[in-house]
Design a protein around this ligand. Structure first.
Ligand code: NAD
Length: 502
């Protein structure tokens, strides 16, 4: 694997020798082989990087926003140049297929384009003042250094969603990537530095940095009062730890946590559209997307038509090396993920589930890697184990009779990230996206649960954490709202008509 990765690094204009002598071994899920070694940060280096970001903030906030956008534009240009190579490194380090690796880099390019536009649209409000001769305005000011914590499954896109907006908004970034995917993070940092070189001297040192390490390094970032915003993407378990710690010091958070996403298939659904949507959503990225389809709620009239067709589609899925053309499903990230999948299938059997597929694949060829056959589990009802997110390709299927029951099951889990309905009935479609419909942050009609566009705000409710990133007005989370009243008269009328005679 090291030789393969060396070629990818050369395509990224990175000397492979830079990843030979660290204290953290990085293994590829493709074959379990060593990819490289990276140097972990210490308490002191983390402290120094936060201090540098704090200094950088003083300079960067004074650079006009459209000029800040120019740096993001240059970052987008560099990402275009390295799209294939970075996509391949993503595949090698987290195991998603090359097409998805490149797709992730395309998302980075898209958010850069979006953020360049935002850099010329950082606008506030003018508000009618109740006092004569007064102007009231709302400004959005740069906030300060942003701490970014990211998960292994989107090792580069999540950074860019945060960084492109934060940099345009005037905030330096300190990134703690997953300890499972530090090489892609260090490659992104190099790409950022190349954009900075082209940008010129008004980009201060310390504008972007990466801190490599385990949970303790993340905790140091989380607890540091110099970092007003922590944007954390990962499991709900992580969010439960990070959220209260940041709140304790009155910091802000964007929490992007676990999902448990369902698709409802109604009697009027176009199954030719539904089937590829369901299969891509449930087996794509080996079921390791926060938006992966985990639950299918199918009307009894279409159940016996849909389920055999799904099983047939599952039998044709090509599992294998994610960098090889034609592969649709790569490996799970590690043995712990495989064990979790096994446990979940066992629990489902205990709840009366009929399991189709599952189990290890390609074990002879890849003894140290964890490829699996995606599983379909027909359940008698929505059970306790269906309410948990197992980060693996398991699709639970339940039948429903009436639409209200389907909606209740759809919403009857603790997570609230993404949901979808396949229907050609306008009443069902509109109800699904109404106040009494899906309680998720993302609610789709006639497309699946996974794969979001940059232009919309991304995130979910309940145990998904409530954060929003990426498009729409998500940029505001990276800024400080300031209400300002200016008196241009020669009087000093007090608010609410108060008289205060001295
Ligand atoms: P994880 O929670 O194990 O780790 C995520 C990151 O948090 C890592 O960088 C880790 O080192 C760090 N971390 C863990 N505990 C911490 C703590 N106490 N303080 C500071 N940092 C801490 O998640 P994972 O296994 O890498 O990723 C899979 C999970 O991420 C799934 O639950 C998935 O749904 C979720 N996810 C959510 C989104 C979203 O946008 N909602 C996107 C991608 C992944």
């Amino acid at each position: 694997m090291q030789a393969r990765v060396a070629d990818i690094l050369k395509d990224l204009d990175i000397n492979p020798a830079e990843f030979e002598n660290g204290d953290l071994d990085v293994f590829s899920p493709i074959d379990g082989g060593l990819m490289g070694r990276v140097t972990m940060d210490t308490k002191d280096t983390v402290d120094a990087k936060i201090a540098a970001a704090t200094e950088a903030f003083k300079k960067w906030r004074a650079v006009p926003a459209p000029r800040r956008g120019e740096l993001v534009r240059l970052l987008g240009e560099e990402l275009r140049k390295y799209k294939d190579a970075l996509g391949a490194l993503v595949s090698a380090e987290c195991g998603k297929i090359f097409e998805e690796g490149k797709g992730e880099v395309q998302e980075m390019i898209d958010i850069c384009d979006f953020a360049v536009g935002i850099s010329r649209q950082v606008h506030g409000l003018t508000i009618a003042s109740e006092r004569p001769g007064h102007h009231m305005r709302e400004y959005w000011q740069p906030l300060g250094p942003v701490g970014i914590i990211s998960a292994f499954n989107f090792p580069v896109a999540v950074w860019s969603w945060n960084t492109a907006l934060a940099i345009a908004c005037g905030d330096p970034c300190i990134w703690k990537p997953s300890e499972k995917t530090p090489m892609t993070a260090l490659a992104c940092q190099k790409i950022f530095e190349r954009a900075v070189e082209k940008f010129g001297d008004d980009a201060p040192e310390g504008l972007s940095s990466v801190i490599v390490g385990m949970k303790d390094i993340g905790e140091q970032l989380v607890d540091d009062t110099r970092v007003p915003l922590i944007s954390a993407t990962g499991s709900t378990r992580m969010g439960r730890e990070v959220g209260p710690r940041v709140a304790e010091r009155f910091g802000k958070t964007i929490l992007e946590l676990g999902g448990n996403n369902a698709i409802i298939v109604t009697p009027s659904a176009d199954l030719d559209m539904a089937i590829p949507g369901i299969v891509f959503g449930s087996v794509g990225t080996a079921g390791q997307r926060c938006t992966s389809t985990r639950r299918l709620i199918v009307h009894e009239d279409v159940y016996d038509n849909l389920v055999p067709r799904l099983k047939k589609a599952y039998e044709g899925i090509r599992i294998g090396d994610p960098l090889k053309p034609g592969t649709l499903v790569g490996p799970l990230i590690d043995k712990a993920s495989f064990d979790a999948m096994e446990r979940a299938l066992e629990a489902a059997r205990g709840e009366g589930g009929q399991v189709f597929g599952g189990g290890r694949a390609l074990a002879d060829e890849y003894g140290d890697a964890y490829y699996v056959n995606p599983a379909i589990v027909e359940m008698p009802e929505q059970s306790a184990s269906m309410c948990e997110e197992t980060f693996a390709p398991i699709l639970y299927i339940v039948k429903y009779k009436n639409f209200d029951d389907a909606m209740a099951m759809h919403n009857g889990v603790p997570q609230g990230l993404s949901g979808a309905i396949f229907t050609t009935d306008v009443r069902e479609a509109e109800t699904f996206i109404s106040h009494s419909g899906s309680d998720t942050g993302i609610a789709n009609v006639n497309i699946g649960t996974s794969g979001a566009e940059i232009g919309g705000a991304f995130g979910g409710e309940k145990e998904t954490g409530g954060g929003r990133e990426s498009g729409s007005d998500a940029w505001r989370a990276y800024m400080r709202r300031q209400t300002s009243t200016v008196n241009y008269s020669r009087e000093l009328p007090l608010a609410q008509g108060i008289k205060f005679d001295l």
